[in-house]
Design a protein around this ligand. Sequence first.
Ligand SMILES: Cc1cc2nc3c(=O)[nH]c(=O)nc-3n(C[C@H](O)[C@H](O)[C@H](O)COP(=O)(O)O)c2cc1C
Length: 275
Amino acid sequence: MEYAAGLCLELGFDGVDINMGCPDRSIEKQGCGAAMIKNPAKAKEIIQAAKRGARMGRVDGIPVSVKTRVGYYQNQLEEWLPAILAEAPAAVTIHARTRQELSKVPADWERIRRAVMIRDELSVDTLIIGNGDVLSLADAHHKAKTYGVDGVMVGRALFGNPWFFNPSKSLPVHLTALPTHGVNRDSITAVKEEEVGVEFVSIPERLRVLVERTRLFVELLPFKNFSIMKKHYKAYVNSFAGAADLRIKLMEADSPLEVEQLVEEYLSAVNINGQ
Ligand SMILES: Cc1cc2nc3c(=O)[nH]c(=O)nc-3n(C[C@H](O)[C@H](O)[C@H](O)COP(=O)(O)O)c2cc1C
């Protein structure tokens, strides 16, 4: 970690974020990701090593932060968070679920409120960033204010939604990727679309951004397999007439040109061209 953090510094990155929350078995098998929660002593050593490599706290250094969950099988914030905070990372992002919960239950932001209190009780400078079920930019602001966090991290709501950070334009909340398991959306956000007063993205715009993104994928990541891009199509092509058919056709396409042709065919067939 010391060497890797040093490389990040040398290569000009702005910081190093250590992932202590990933539930992927292949990562956990190595003792990494969420498995770190089971081994606070090792986690502390890892943070120390990264801080040395990143020269955190020195004028020529960069910050080291940690991203983690509230616990492994159950909520362990009371022990786990102080252990990390003892190493004074620049920030800790708390995903408000345990490893066992994966993303299958609503994120409990009261746990994040408690994380802020623990940080305050310990009088450390570490920033607390909340994560879990943030649906929109307005929702992010609302949660930041309600729970007193220093920042908010967004995950799945970005799928198929590069408009997320545009305050005046967005996908209707029911089109974003959350939640996955039949949770009532009204119970996880206090901010309703109508209150936000945003302009909703039209279907032609969604589809043309998908084409642009496909083009950029090939241009900027030529070494990646094209099938990786296809995984994202469902996030753009859903909840409108003919979406399922179009998706099936897109899965057969092998180039940005073919994707563009299919999209234009669809738009002229349904006679919506938009801008
Ligand atoms: C497909 C996928 C890949 C992810 N990869 C990472 C990752 O590489 N690093 C990380 O810190 N979190 C990763 N996460 C977790 C998210 O950052 C986030 O903690 C989680 O999705 C909960 O936030 P959400 O409810 O806003 O989606 C990933 C999540 C998903 C669904």
